[in-house]
Design a protein around this ligand. Structure first.
Ligand code: ADP
Ligand code: MG
Ligand code: MG
Length: 875
């Protein structure tokens, strides 16, 4: 029989797969001798067995749990139903990856109508005993019987208002008894079932419910969002209760060892006196900042501080710790690596290296490359802020970033509106796991209740969405869909601007600009460059894009497209003359004019790129993109060109293609109109010569021919282009160095890469077209069905975003191998969207490519991903 249950003393932090993160860390803390209430963990394997075997609880598993229960009773000297030493436990789910609020917990399990009196007698505190009981009834009802918590909460609210009780903790024993009475009635009304009185029956029902919760909708949405596999299962922890709700010397809280929003190295958290479990997080009362514990219970504070430091050292990372104080004794109930904003993540990673708690490699691996984008989040323009109308300044800066959007009061509306292209801000009194779907699509999240560790704050930080929490000046009516604030009122659909970095809210749209880079980001980038093997280039051709890429330390341009250069009006007319005219000299004249423009273009690119490597791709799109298609435009262009409307229309019809993506484009254009590429090659060479003469700048351009699928295409064009370049250099009585290569973007090109390699100085995989051509998916239209493919599991992920290793990746691998046999050191790179995708970058690194090239704003992502890949490959 396989072991399915582990006591906290048997596990350790390495066992997250089997015991879940919570269980593994409870075991680790136990091993370290920290004050963790005793307990045991039912493994994730037991959960998957249960789910895979028709949700049947085997006798074997039952027996194993019984034996661990017996051990727990023995070691604690307590037992279920024991009058003097009553055992109560919590039943806590916990899977390999932390899923905040996704799964469910039941506290105070073991109480019933009879023994609650014993607890009252032993503790001499009836209010306490009944407080525990009403909590059990609510949590058990919710988790095990699926009775919506609102039934309990609404009653509690109503009851408190009726009896003028402000706080849960002010309820008297008599009142709590009445509440318990009503809760039991809710069981009968909604579930038509009594609350089970037998502790063991409660326990097994709760364990079963936790197993089943693995497949509830919230959990599924969360897993999908975070790419977590569906077959991991959740573990179940059974743990002795400690009571933060047992009076003024007790309490409960959560704290991060560093600030999860800014990274500042200072204990950060909240606690509540005389409270239990989720009270802090759920925003029931406004919690106190952890710093106040220093005054109210100085010894406990010091003890906690020391434990936090110890855990941080032990795990080499910032910890998120749950604690409870029972009669001035401190217990730890959970620790995990704390979720943090990108800003905090970069600072903490660098600080931990400085403090000797992490290696550079460890720091690099701890960061999520995609989170770099958050660092580069836009911020509000100072001037615009000065003129903006303030709604409130009292909100908590729960997750940084700035955003604007239309107010929605519920998740469904948020989803509907974003589906039709609107930007929304989700505004709620507080959020709960049910709101996840709406939170994901929102630009920002605003709540009127809850603190820095509330559900909204934690989830928003995890997603990198800007969030202002606990904005108590807002009177939010989710039913009437209005927000009242000191100076006015807003309703659904109104636009607001949210600053998650300081908690400010503004009416209307405030202009955004890119944020400043910071020193931690710079340090991580420097380390990344130092540790990676792959070079990162940029796809760029405008001066401003090139500047951006250089600022991010791109090592060159991997793809400069030349087509957009033809679209300026004065050039377009020449290009049209070239395409339309039937007279040879007219066409030549047109090309000569374009040549001069192109010389300037290329000089601009080379200069902006400081003479670094630059790949220039020759003209790629089909010619019909350059001609007008609306009657009015055709009339105007015919006039401009001094030709008849009918003739122009006739030429346009000739150029029309049923399937332009598979049409007369790329090198195919140059097979029929070689003079186009000769002109471009000449412009490249002449601009190089001029730059050398004028500024002493040495440039060795890399000229790239697109869409080659046959050996003859490349050899023919190479011969013509090189001959022309020779003529140009001869006429200028000088020579420049350049290389001539091709893009590999057709499956056929991969298959004959060794043939092509003979005529090429370099290759660059154009993964957008290669993916399109391999799948036969039009990249402009495929989004419609790709999502369905992914949802149905036909595709693991959109292949235009992350490399399809089995198909496209296999073609690339084959092409690289064939090429290396002919030219072992030939330069091979990637341009296209996948060049900026971390998973794909790792794949390209494994193939030994020389560089990836991506859009300038993804360059930092790529640097970090390349470093991570290099570190992993070395291991
Ligand atoms: P989550 O995964 O949502 O954080 P937890 O299982 O950690 O759920 O528990 C919810 C709350 O109950 C937490 O605040 C936790 O500290 C508290 N809690 C869990 N087990 C116990 C226990 N044995 N004694 C006291 N409080 C507990
Ligand atoms: Mg927890
Ligand atoms: Mg292409």
């Amino acid at each position: 029989m396989t072991k399915r249950v582990y006591s906290f003393k048997e596990g350790n932090a390495e066992m997250k797969g089997l015991l879940g993160g919570k269980g593994a860390n409870l075991a680790e803390m136990t091993r370290l001798g920290l004050p963790v209430p005793n307990g045991f963990t039912i493994s994730t394997e037991a959960c998957m067995d249960y789910l895979n075997n028709g949700q049947k609880f085997t006798e074997d598993l039952k027996e194993e749990i019984e034996s661990y229960l017996g051990q727990l009773e023995k070691e604690s000297g307590k037992a279920f139903n024991d009058k003097e030493n009553m055992m109560l436990v919590s039943v806590r789910s916990g899977s390999k990856f932390s899923m905040p609020g996704m799964m469910d917990t039941v506290l105070n399990l073991g109480l019933n109508d009879e023994n609650v009196e014993h607890l009252a007698a032993v503790t001499n505190d009836e209010a306490f005993a009944y407080d525990c009981y009403r909590r059990l009834l609510q949590m058990f009802g919710d988790v095990v019987y699926g009775i919506d918590t609102s039934h309990f909460e609404n009653f509690l609210e109503f009851y408190k208002r009726k009896n003028r009780v402000q706080l849960d903790s002010d309820l008297t024993a008599v009142q709590l008894k009445e509440i318990v009475h009503e809760y039991k009635r809710i069981y009968l009304e909604i579930k038509k079932q009594e609350f089970p009185q037998e502790p063991r029956e409660q326990l097994f029902a709760a364990v079963t419910a936790v197993f089943n919760s693995w497949n509830n909708e919230r959990a599924k949405v969360y897993r999908k969002l975070h790419n977590i596999a569906d077959d991991l299962g959740t573990a179940v922890n059974i743990q002795l209760m400690v009571f933060g709700n047992s009076g003024e010397n007790s309490g409960t809280g959560v704290a991060f060892t560093r600030n999860p929003a800014t990274g500042e190295n200072k204990l950060f958290g909240e606690y509540l006196i005389n409270a239990q479990g989720e009270d802090v997080v759920a925003g029931i009362r406004t919690p106190n900042p952890i710093s106040e514990l220093q005054d109210s219970m100085p010894e406990i504070y010091q003890e906690f501080l020391a434990m936090g430091e110890r855990l941080e050292k032990h795990y080499g990372d910032m910890q998120d710790i749950e604690f409870t104080i029972e009669n001035k004794k401190l217990y730890l109930l959970q620790t995990r690596n704390g979720k943090r904003t990108a800003h905090a993540a970069f600072k903490i990673a660098v600080d931990l290296v400085d403090e000797g708690l992490k290696t550079k490699e460890g720091a690099i691996l701890s960061l999520d490359p995609q989170s770099v984008n958050q660092l580069l989040h836009p911020i509000f323009v100072e001037e615009a802020l000065k003129n903006a109308e303030l709604i409130s300044k009292v909100g908590l800066p729960a997750s940084p970033g700035s955003a604007t959007g239309r107010i929605c009061f519920d998740a469904n509306t948020a989803k509907e509106w974003t589906d039709r292209g609107e930007k929304v801000v989700l505004v709620r009194q507080e959020t709960s796991p049910e709101d996840i779907g709406g939170m994901v699509v929102s630009e920002a999240i605003v709540t009127s209740r809850g603190g820095m560790t509330s559900h909204a704050a934690v989830v928003a930080r995890g997603m990198g969405t800007c969030c202002v929490a606990g904005c108590s000046e807002l009177e939010i009516d989710e039913f009437l869909k209005t927000i009242k604030y000191p100076n006015g009122e807003l309703t659904e659909g109104d636009v607001i601007s949210v600053d998650g970095s300081n908690g400010d809210l503004y009416v209307g749209e405030v202009e955004l600009t890119l944020s400043e880079k910071n020193e931690y980001f710079e340090t991580i980038m420097a380390w990344s460059k130092e540790l990676s093997r792959l070079d990162v280039r940029m796809n760029a051709e405008t001066t401003s894009d090139i500047k951006t890429g250089i600022a991010f330390d791109a090592s060159g341009i991997g793809l400069a497209r030349t087509e957009h250069m033809f679209f300026a009006p004065e050039r377009l007319i020449e290009m049209r003359r070239f395409i339309i005219s039937e007279k040879a000299e007219e066409r030549r004249a047109a090309l000569d004019t374009i040549l001069n423009y192109q010389i300037d273009d290329f000089k601009g690119i080379f200069k902006a790129n400081n003479g670094h490597s630059t790949v220039i791709r020759l003209l790629d799109p089909p010619l019909h993109e350059f001609v007008p298609n609306k009657t009015q435009d055709i009339e105007r262009v015919a006039k401009e060109m001094n030709i008849s409307y009918n003739f122009l229309q006739h030429r346009i019809n000739e150029l029309h293609e049923i399937n332009p993506m598979l049409g007369h484009r790329g090198c195919r254009l140059a097979i029929t109109y070689p003079e186009l590429y000769l002109m471009q090659a000449e412009a490249i060479i002449r601009s190089t010569i001029e730059l050398k003469k004028e500024q002493g700048l040495d440039v060795a351009p890399e000229i790239m021919i697109p869409l080659v699928g046959m050996e003859g295409e490349l050899s023919l064009l190479k011969e013509k282009v090189e001959a022309h370049i020779q003529t140009v250099m001869k006429s200028e009585e000088t020579s420049v160095s350049y290389t001539l290569g091709t893009m590999i973007e057709l499956p056929r090109a991969c298959l004959i890469a060794d043939e092509l390699a003979k005529d090429a100085d370099f290759f660059s995989f154009g993964t957008n077209d290669l993916t399109q051509m391999t799948f036969g998916f039009s990249r402009d239209d495929a989004a419609k069905y790709i999502n369905q493919y992914v949802a149905d599991g036909i595709l693991p992920i959109d292949p235009f975003q992350t490399i399809d290793m089995d198909g496209v990746g296999e073609l690339i691998r084959m092409a690289v191998e064939k090429t290396r046999q002919i030219k072992p050191t030939m330069k091979i790179g990637v341009c296209g969207e996948l060049g900026g995708d971390p998973t794909s970058i790792e794949f390209f690194d494994q193939l030994g490519l020389d560089y990836v090239s991506c859009s300038p704003y993804r360059v930092p992502v790529a640097h970090l991903a390349a470093a991570q890949s290099a570190i992993k490959l070395k291991k």
